[in-house]
Write a protein that binds this ligand. Sequence first.
Ligand code: AMP
Ligand code: ZN
Length: 674
Amino acid sequence: MTIEQQITELRIALKEHNYRYYVLDEPTISDFEFDQLLKTLKSLEDDHPDFFDQNSPTQRVGGSITKNFNTVVHDQRMYSLDNSYSTSDLEEWEKRLLKVIDAPLSFMCELKYDGASISLTYENGTLLRGVTRGDGIEGDDVTANIRTIRSIPLTLKGTFPQRFDIRGEIVMPKAGFEALNLQRIAAGEEPFKNPRNTASGSLKLQDSAEVAKRPLSCLLYNLQGDDIEVSTQSQALEQARSWGFKVPSEAKSFSHLSDVLSYVSYWEAQRHELPYEIDGVVIKVNDLKHQELLGFTAKAPRWAIAYKFQAEEAQSILESVVYQVGRTGAITPVAQLTPVELAGTVVKRASLHNADQMAKLDLCLDDHVFVEKGGDIIPKITGVNFAARRSDSRPIVFITHCPECDTPLVRQEGEAQHYCPNEQGCPIQIMGRIQHYISRKAMDIEGLGEETVSLMVRQGIISDFSDLYTLEVSDLLPLERMGEKSAQNLVNGVAESRSKEFDRVLFALGIRHVGQTVAKKLARHYKSIDALAKATLEELVDLDDIGIKIAESIVRYFQEAQNIERIERLRSFGIQLTMIEQPASLNLPAILSGKSFVVSGVFEHYSREGLKALIADYGGKVVGSISGKTSYVVAGDQMGPSKREKAEKLGVPLLSENEFSAMIKAGVQTNLFY
Ligand code: AMP
Ligand code: ZN
């Protein structure tokens, strides 16, 4: 046998033993024998580096260092799951399904593994990369770390599509977690708090050799790809198993909700017998065609729901209640608690949501309360330990006036939340709206921070974000710690925000329930604020990802005269209220080739970035600063005076926005004649 054959055979054998040990939990050789085989392979590979293969079983020990994890956009978005906590929640879900699906349903029940989600991409049967969920749209590339997890196959068995994604949960099984902590304690290190955080923390370690030492496992639950030949979720799981993935066998399908409920209560009682932690059950509509019909909301699939088990609980004392006013005027009561440890973190505050919630709990000050941490970051108070209540305890009375502006609070029919109706006068709401408007994800206005906004509002310099556009340096100078230079920066930052794309503007307006994703969607669909303002409730609800709450809020927003006025003001200042269609980057004639451009200032019809892209698409070159070689400067409003001077001195012609458009038009026409 040649060396190459020996190496190949050892790799195949070790891969199979690896699979039996880590995926099937059915080893057929001892750990000692396994180590001997691995050592033999390692020394052969060391002596014959020509046969190096990154997928060899010897490479599971890691060794590469990742300083910064690259961000990768998921091919398919990674959604989260809607939660349910009771039988009636599940019954309602079934009702919603039956409104869309006019056929008998089959449910696939799976355990909800408690760890960190991961998306693995395979190409030609080998692991290409592993990406964390991140915000669902893009995550971190943690491939080097993932490769050390033995239950994740580096190469697949059987036949498989050319490329696909498989999703699952990286978990740290309980036994491994305990062993790891014993080691840490022995080494004088702090033990880890819980398996879940340890698993997700491990994925982000820089040294993959460290990750290789952590007893991680990966449990798979979802296939994504164009060429996957299955028609149900249960077939998808079977398919994944056949390729060598670890798919827990507890998953079961049922045709009646009553059986689903039994499955849920069975596992709620038996969860502690499992080798890894779960925090609930995930129920999915089994038929993929039905899944497609049901689709997604902005956050989660309509065809799946998580049933969350009772979370861990602790007891604490309610010291006081404070009331927060949000930028939409909503009042949120927040309980201040005696600090207590819960599921690995110290809890001092808990949301009480609204007055109804408080009444339901029958809370008194100094009560001993049960605190629970569900999936949310903010813990909840779930009940009062009445046995421990003092006889002289004082009930809590919900406030009647806004803690910020003393306006009497209102509560709309059918709404649980109290609101401060003083939208135009309540300083915290005014500030909140402006802060939201200038924030990084919205208009991203440089040179303007929270403190300055609060100063300007308190001193009556501005009372709305549209006022920002009227500011002059001289308005700002009287403010504390505001110099000439920072005032100028602020004014420039505000002026520049006029080139921000429409979808950002739409998000920045702060329409209730319209987050970034929804704003993007609406901007792309309606293309202008005027079209959106005319949209009816029915039309809006028909759009993917837009639920009734969002739709109602949008319609209500455009019914208010103040909002229309505000939008008209923004329009008069040149804010982008329409989508600018970017031309397809290919196929445009290279009419600007050989010419170089500097783009400066703010434009009416283009965002600055859009204009630059356009120049590049027509074959021109965009440069940062003016030199003798610059062909043109495209000059918008508010171009800096020094730039203008420099262009004039070097004899570089200035083009207005319209002149530039005319030049493109003429160029394209001449081009057509050749
Ligand atoms: P949440 O983060 O609470 O919205 O719940 C969604 C997460 O549950 C997903 O991102 C998955 O990582 C996780 N999960 C665990 N087990 C499953 C499963 N069997 N099917 C789908 N998702 C699961
Ligand atoms: Zn108020």
